[in-house]
Ligand binder design. Structure first.
Ligand SMILES: NC(=O)c1ccc[n+]([C@@H]2O[C@H](COP(=O)([O-])OP(=O)(O)OC[C@H]3O[C@@H](n4cnc5c(N)ncnc54)[C@H](OP(=O)(O)O)[C@@H]3O)[C@@H](O)[C@H]2O)c1
Length: 207
């Protein structure tokens, strides 16, 4: 698949690399140009601005934001005039889920789909893959299954709990606990976002 990646920091650059290695096409943009130049050497298509990134993507476009939560709204404001109905915006950073619900509603009025993906994995994600909590319209989310599948950890990094017959502790438990602690703290609330979005609970919280 083809994807536009905005934000080539510790997360976004390696996510683009993982996608490129598995045969996806990435159009990449970053505020400072160096990470773009590096990824172009690894077969990405470089973009010089948000408008240029949108121009270089095939319709219907999918654009993934991997930037600090604090700059997501500003980036969406700058990006949206270049998007068209049917395009999809994915926020893979650590946005507050209430903001995701608001953005999904605002973008829906323009015919732009919004998917929020709480993503964990750090720099090791390039090799090991990324844990993702995905919220959005079901049909839209499934369109991007090939991307999520490529980003997700391979089975060798998801050891089965075959030891569960006994009380014995297994090294895999410790690894899973470390991952869960991180994911849980940053994303537990976001994980319920799809549910809250569907039944409107997020609205009743007053934001
Ligand atoms: N690092 C992790 O282990 C990790 C794990 C899970 C989730 N996350 C989340 O993933 C997202 C990205 O994290 P990261 O670790 O990749 O961050 P990072 O390494 O600090 O990179 C931040 C990226 O956002 C860009 N950026 C920063 N301020 C900007 C602004 N005002 N306008 C436009 N672009 C701006 C940076 O551009 P420049 O290169 O020009 O500075 C850079 O591309 C965040 O939401 C973070 O919370 C991170």
């Amino acid at each position: 698949m083809q994807l536009g990646m905005i934000g080539l920091g510790k997360m976004g650059a390696n996510m683009a690399r993982r996608l490129l290695k598995q045969g996806h096409q990435c159009v990449v943009f970053n505020r400072s140009p160096k990470p773009v130049q590096e990824l172009v050497r690894e077969n990405a298509v470089g973009a010089s601005s948000l408008a240029d990134l949108v121009k270089k993507l095939d319709k219907s476009r999918v654009v993934w934001l991997m930037i600090p939560a604090a700059v997501v709204d500003k980036t969406i404001t700058d990006l949206v005039p270049h998007l068209q109905p049917g395009d999809t915006l994915i926020d893979g950073g650590n946005s507050y889920y209430i903001d995701d619900i608001r953005r999904a509603k605002e973008l829906a009025t323009k015919g732009v789909h919004y998917v929020d993906v709480g993503t964990s994995g750090g720099v090791k994600g390039l090799e090991r893959g990324y844990c993702m909590m995905i919220g959005g319209e079901q049909e839209v989310v499934h369109r991007f299954d090939p991307i999520f599948k490529t980003l997700a950890p391979e089975p060798k990094y998801q050891p089965e709990s075959t030891h569960r017959e006994s009380q014995e502790r297994h090294p895999a438990d410790e690894e899973r606990e470390r991952t869960n602690n991180h994911s849980g703290k940053t994303q537990a609330l976001r994980g319920t976002r799809g549910l809250l979005h569907d039944d409107g609970i997020g609205n009743r919280r007053g934001r």
